[in-house]
Ligand binder design. Structure first.
Ligand SMILES: Cc1cc2nc3c(=O)[nH]c(=O)nc-3n(C[C@H](O)[C@H](O)[C@H](O)COP(=O)(O)O)c2cc1C
Length: 255
């Protein structure tokens, strides 16, 4: 199974067994993390793995699941930092899924902030480990908004772009809120965040992570179809004041 296939079959796992992950598998995971940290879309992040089986580090927080391992993605304390963290976290989640390891995002985990002058903070945490439950599900069983409800097509799109958007639709999000909307012109996918009426600081962070997660699905989709994708920001859209949406980023596909 590759990461693109994992995108279609992953589901959240909330019950883990305490079986240790094989040393080789863990080493390969660490190698994958190192490679991903070089990627533009994960810029400025760092990752800590907590192994509760061998360390006595305590993990606390709201909606926490008990798992043998957690990884924490640290990032810059900004919306950009949070979507970089989300993008990296989802790549790691899909990597683990492809190896038969279950995952559960942990939006409410209490993590001591890293004291760093550059404003680095814990962006998102993920619980992971083996499970006795099935960690896969048919993509049709995922509860998601309809494609038509999240995409505004401005021009005809080809089948590859449509497939990429279908993969993005399956992205997981906090409370399954799916706060993303796409405005699509031929080869340009503009990503917008649905503004939440409740302006809670923590929500802003989690929404940023959600956007990064959906961005990773767009990038993996482009890669699957051998399309070069550039992530960019369109100034004229950034400056536009929209009532219900906030423009975040654009993915330009080389078609
Ligand atoms: C940023 C983020 C934070 C989340 N936080 C939690 C959490 O604290 N506890 C939990 O049980 N699930 C958490 N989830 C999992 C979501 O509830 C889940 O992804 C969503 O309901 C969709 O289900 P699926 O992943 O099975 O497709 C979180 C997901 C994301 C993306």
């Amino acid at each position: 199974m590759n990461l693109y296939e994992a995108m279609y079959s992953r589901k959240t796992v909330r019950k883990f067994n305490m079986k240790p992950i094989e040393v080789v598998t863990m080493l390969n995971f660490q190698r994958y993390i190192k490679a991903m940290l070089e990627e533009q879309c994960c810029k400025g992040c760092s990752v800590e793995i907590i192994d509760t089986l061998t360390s006595n580090k305590k993990v606390k927080g709201l909606f926490k699941v008990v798992a043998p391992y957690y990884f924490i993605v640290y990032c810059e304390n900004s919306i950009k930092g949070f979507y970089h963290a989300g993008c990296l976290a989802e790549m790691l989640v899909l990597y683990l899924t492809s190896k038969g390891i279950g995952t559960c995002y942990q939006g409410g985990l209490k993590i001591e902030p890293v004291k760093d002058e550059l404003g680095v903070c814990p962006g998102i945490a993920v619980a992971f480990g083996y499970s006795n439950e099935n960690i896969y599900r048919e993509s049709g069983r995922a509860k998601r908004l309809k494609l038509n409800d999240i995409i505004f097509l401005k021009e005809e799109i080809n089948t590859e772009v449509e497939a990429i958007l279908k993969g993005a639709r399956l992205a997981p999000s906090a409370f399954n809120m799916q706060p993303w909307r796409f405005v699509v012109y031929h080869n340009r996918i503009h990503l917008f965040l649905k503004k939440d009426p409740i302006i809670i600081k923590k929500f802003k962070q989690v929404n940023g992570v959600d956007i990064g997660i959906v961005l990773s699905h767009l990038l993996l989709g482009a890669e699957e179809f051998w399309l070069n994708a550039t992530v960019t920001q369109v100034d004229s859209l950034s400056e536009r004041e929209l009532k219900n949406y906030e423009y975040i980023i654009t993915v330009l596909l080389d078609i």
